[in-house]
Design a binder for this molecule. Sequence first.
Ligand code: 2P0
Length: 336
Amino acid sequence: MPSDQPAPVKDPVTAVAHANIALIKYWGKRSAEKNLPAVGSVSLTLDALKTETTVRFLSDGDKDHLILDGRSAGTEQVQKVSKFTDLMAGSNRPPVFIESHNNFPTGAGLASSASGFAALAKALNKACSLDLDDQTLSVFARQGSGSAARSIFGGFAEMKLGSDNSGDGDYAHQLYDENYWDIRLLVAVVSQAPKKIGSTEGMNRTAKTSPFYNAWIESSPNDIRNIKSALAERDFQKLGELSEHSAMKMHGLAISAHPSILYWQAGTMESIRKVWGLRKRGIPAYITMDAGSQVKVITLPEHCSIIKEALTELPGVTDVIEAKPGPGAHLITDTE
Ligand code: 2P0
């Protein structure tokens, strides 16, 4: 630990953070070094998808350990987490033992890095007695994974862009908490396999090769403004249309990269067509998708069961998860 920071405690600290789904998507970086997004984004934190992470600083040994879902993580993942721990705890820190568990498939487009780094930031904050506020934690979480900045907060969050490249202005903040509006998100699980092209690689390739990248950047502020007004008015149709359009725009952009980035599987198309069919029949349901093949459906509580039933029947869909607005990252105490 740097001498100006308090020594880490040796007792384990456990934090939980929930995945979030971007209603207005982040895709592209304006700087890789501090992981600065090229566009703002607006998200919904989800109660049903969560990561629980326990951090324990070790009094001896010389390397960090990371256990992910019960297994020792690969070198690349350990390095990423070590670098993040250095960032928060200082590079003279003792080795750390981190155990993390997701209640959903890792790396399959269900935002495991978002909940993962948000939980780790929250746990390290306590384990190192840093006492940082959520905005500062969000700045740290962003450096682990852009979407993680939003998972620090519950309910609806906005990721803001800084006016310079220091990184201090690139943080998320809460727009409304998890009790503001009871909308639902159904996840049609199409594949549990990790995606072949990670988000970072996908974003970099898109920025370098898509002829539409500048148009994507230019159209973003308007999308953010409009979704914030849909949220303020609790206008579900407006929220759904804007969210679906942002996801389609992002996937169209990724497809326009060279070589093309196509996250969809057969079950993805089946699910999209099914939801569009339901909407034609008057059911308020809108699609969103991330860097993976899963289709997420934004709807209202009273329409969940009919949509769930329709998606479950599809041959390409293995499971349907229902989520509602969830809480921000928090510590688990003995009393929970
Ligand atoms: C989002 N995604 O806004 C977008 C939509 C995926 C598609 O943020 O490179 O893992 O670590 O900052 O946060 C996933 O990308 O990317 C993501 P990095 P991250 O949710």
